[in-house]
Design a protein around this ligand. Structure first.
Ligand SMILES: Cc1cc2nc3c(=O)[nH]c(=O)nc-3n(C[C@H](O)[C@H](O)[C@H](O)COP(=O)(O)OP(=O)(O)OC[C@H]3O[C@@H](n4cnc5c(N)ncnc54)[C@H](O)[C@@H]3O)c2cc1C
Length: 442
């Protein structure tokens, strides 16, 4: 992508953070005709979005405990599946009970799914075993829901490319280190890139820095209640299930097994509050808990163990006063307009899921739009990320030719436009898939 030094000195909006929420915000604003610059301190998708569990949630996991998050998930599950079919694998998900208490929870879960608009179908144990031969002989009941696998790196890269083709500027390895506020209004940011300090003027800043958004808000003298909650996942090199397998119980540790791709199964997760999202420790105890819990549903996991562990940090919305268990904190999101905190033009997008990042970005763009005189509504629900047209490709090729685009995505694109597969790359399918496989941490 571009280097900061090449850029002009003013944009309507600067988006901080190149995870799923940031790139969808950049796309949303670019489609509204807003001049937008996204700055990412590392590489795109190098934060939480690139280290998730890989699930496009149906919302069933949250149906009994967090119905708002459940409704958001099923709505966005459908939208993302249509807009980015190259980033989604429709495996379906099955909730399985292996204990009496879990079997008792079955009806409560099914009713809550229906209330949230999530299709759910009971499976008898014979059918379950035919579909999933590795499931425990202790399985007592099962229910099918529309959970899917999502490839976050492809989703983020495709969204970024469409945003760029619509005029957005994206700069990787540029860390925002200052937000300038004058007379209660945001007037610009400062960023460090290649050891140099750059200043960019702007009317609006969208803070999409995930678990780091508290720190970014502090740059404008604003406090944001974010709770960083780390989670660990274990990777097993084996095909163990066809569907995503969930334990039939309210969200807890070690209750999801994801058939992420050929020969790769990812089990998880855990949830522990951490002080510093840049310092998360992963240990044998995490592996033990996940293998113990997930192994009750798929016993082969205990025999095979994990080839590697990885972790990331959820940016959870702080529930404010009172003590609440980390599993009880909402997985929904919040978008905050900081006008009342003395920083008009600053909006923070906080919380949510990879699954709901598009919606979160839409709401953030809706909040910032009036500050910059952009009134048109969001279009991102309608776009296709896998079908760049002739004009888009020409525009991207021109920008590549003029050296305006640089970095990893530009390399992928240049190679794509140059090879036997150029026509197939029109949908940006293969290069991104390849890139995600080569660089994926999950
Ligand atoms: C263990 C775990 C498993 C999960 N599994 C799933 C799942 O299966 N399905 C699902 O839907 N959701 C899942 N989630 C939730 C989901 O991954 C996150 O909610 C989502 O990815 C957050 O996206 P984001 O864009 O807000 O944050 P991020 O992806 O973290 O992006 C924020 C970006 O901001 C950048 N940044 C920070 N500070 C600065 C700065 N000063 N200047 C410039 N850039 C900066 C960071 O480098 C980062 O890239 C999971 C979360 C965890 C922790």
């Amino acid at each position: 992508m571009r280097s900061l030094g090449d850029l002009r000195g003013y944009f309507d909006v600067v988006v901080v953070g190149g995870g799923a929420v940031g790139v969808f915000t950049a796309l949303d604003l670019a489609l509204r005709g807003v001049s937008v610059l996204l700055l990412e301190r590392g590489r795109l998708c190098s934060g939480t979005s690139g280290r998730s569990h890989g699930m496009l949630h149906s919302g069933a996991r949250y149906a009994t405990t967090d119905p708002e998050a459940a409704r958001e998930c099923i709505r966005e599950n459908r939208i993302i599946s249509e807009m980015a079919p190259h980033c989604v694998r429709d495996t379906g998900g099955i909730f399985v009970s292996v204990r009496r208490a879990e079997e008792d929870y079955h009806q409560e879960l099914a009713s809550a799914c229906l209330r949230a608009g999530i299709p759910v179908r009971d499976l008898d144990v014979g059918t379950l075993k035919a579909l999933e031969p590795h499931v425990s002989p202790d399985a007592r009941s099962a229910a099918l829901v529309p959970d899917k696998v999502v490839y976050a790196r492809e989703l983020v890269a495709s969204t970024a490319l469409l945003a760029v083709s619509r005029g957005a500027s994206i700069v990787e390895e540029a860390r925002v280190c200052g937000i300038k506020v004058e007379g209660g209004e945001v007037v610009g940011i400062e960023a460090l890139s290649d050891g140099e300090l750059f200043r960019v003027g702007c009317k609006g800043v969208v803070n999409a820095a995930g678990p780091w958004c508290g720190r970014v808000a502090e740059l404008a003298g604003v406090r944001v209640g974010v709770l960083p909650a780390a989670g660990v996942m274990g990777v097993t090199y084996a095909n163990l299930t066809r569907h995503i397998i969930n334990r039939m119980r309210p969200p807890s540790d070690g209750d999801i097994i994801v058939p992420y791709g050929p020969g790769v199964t990812i089990s998880g997760t855990t949830a522990v509050l951490v002080e510093d999202p840049d310092r998360v420790e992963v240990g044998d105890e995490d592996a033990r808990v996940i293998l113990q819990e997930c192994g009750e549903v798929i016993p082969a996991l205990r025999r095979l163990g994990f080839s590697r562990l990885y972790a990331s940090v959820r940016p959870l919305v702080s529930p404010g006063e009172g003590s609440v268990g980390v599993r009880e904190i909402t997985r929904s999101f919040e978008v905050i307009d900081h006008s009342g905190d003395g920083a008009r033009g600053l909006v923070t997008a906080l919380g949510g899921k990879l699954t709901t990042a598009r919606l979160e970005a839409e709401r953030a763009a809706d909040l910032i739009a009036p500050h910059i005189g952009a009134s048109r509504g969001s279009f991102t629900e309608k776009v296709r990320l896998d079908l760049l047209g002739e004009d888009d490709l020409r525009e991207l090729a021109d920008r590549l030719g003029s050296g305006e685009l640089g970095g990893r995505l530009a390399t992928i694109l240049r190679e794509a436009l140059d090879t036997i597969d150029a026509e197939r790359y029109r949908g940006l399918l293969l290069p991104l898939k390849f890139a995600s496989m080569m660089g994926a941490s999950s």
